[in-house]
Design a protein around this ligand. Structure first.
Ligand code: ZN
Ligand code: ZN
Length: 265
């Protein structure tokens, strides 16, 4: 059984500033535990769910925007038991790990030396991340070095497209996914450049035909419009199963896919 816990389902500047939804990223648990994109609220929500950051095996940061990395340094301290045990993996885009084009690295020199391994990932790279074969995928976003990821879990392929504009080559890099996680920042009729909006979802879902699509990384307008209604409309358009994630929701992936209601809010 693989599980994905959504420690936050908000994204974009204002949903992050005002915490319209939390922005703590997600935990993917299979043979090990990956914390993907630990933005503001990651540690607070782990505490609320009684989940120990010390059991984190890998911290993965898709790009150098604070809704994806701001809690990462403290999380790395948790993963390494206060910086005492050298263990775990830190992986991220070139901007996050090394800095690029005037973007400083998101992680300090001190915190980069705490994990056992640090990987700076480009689209097309592959790595073993907490026991999961992981392939990094391209994005088209304001951080040009941003990546998405395809995880080969023991329950099939889980795809995370990351923050991106809709592009053919981005969609094509996620062929064969069983579960597709999309950062859909805006609802129908409120396009925002460099991000996915509800309008973009049908073409992606019809091309990839995943068993389940999960919408997350919602901006203020998306939350105001009602993400569940957006998901329902998209389900009717595509005939495919589409769920709007909620903070603290857990998805269990086994022979079947089970969406568990938030345990705390
Ligand atoms: Zn974002
Ligand atoms: Zn971004």
């Amino acid at each position: 059984m693989v599980s994905i816990t959504f420690l936050g389902t908000g994204g974009g500047r204002f949903a992050t500033i005002y915490q319209t939804r939390s922005t703590g990223g997600m935990l993917i648990e299979d043979r090990g535990r990956i914390h993907l994109d630990p933005g503001p609220g990651a540690l607070t929500n782990m505490a609320r769910l009684n989940m120990d950051p010390g059991f984190t095996d890998a911290v993965l940061i898709s790009h150098c925007h604070p809704d994806h990395y701001s809690d990462a340094e403290v999380l790395i301290e948790g993963m390494t038991r206060g910086g005492i045990n050298t263990r775990g993996l830190l992986a991220g885009s070139v901007s996050t790990i090394d800095g690029i084009d005037g973007i400083r690295p998101a992680i300090s020199d001190y915190h980069r030396q705490l994990p056992s391994r640090v990987l700076s990932m480009r689209a097309g790279d592959e790595a073993d991340i907490a026991g999961m074969r992981t392939r990094f995928t391209p994005t088209r976003h304001t951080d040009a070095s941003g990546v998405g990821a395809v995880f080969e879990t023991s329950a099939g392929t889980v795809s995370y497209m990351g923050d991106t504009a809709p592009r053919e080559e981005v969609t094509a890099s996620h062929e064969g996914c069983r579960v597709l996680i999309l950062n859909v920042t805006r609802p129908f009729g409120a396009r925002l450049r460099c991000h996915l909006c509800s309008e973009d979802v049908p073409a992606i879902v019809e091309r990839l035909r995943p068993e389940l699509t999960v919408l997350t990384h919602m901006g203020v307008k998306m939350v105001e419009q009602g993400p569940e209604e957006q998901a329902l409309r998209l389900e009717r358009m595509t005939g495919s199963r589409i769920v709007a994630a909620r903070d603290m929701m857990r998805l269990d992936i086994g022979d079947s896919l089970r969406v568990n209601a938030p345990t705390l809010l």
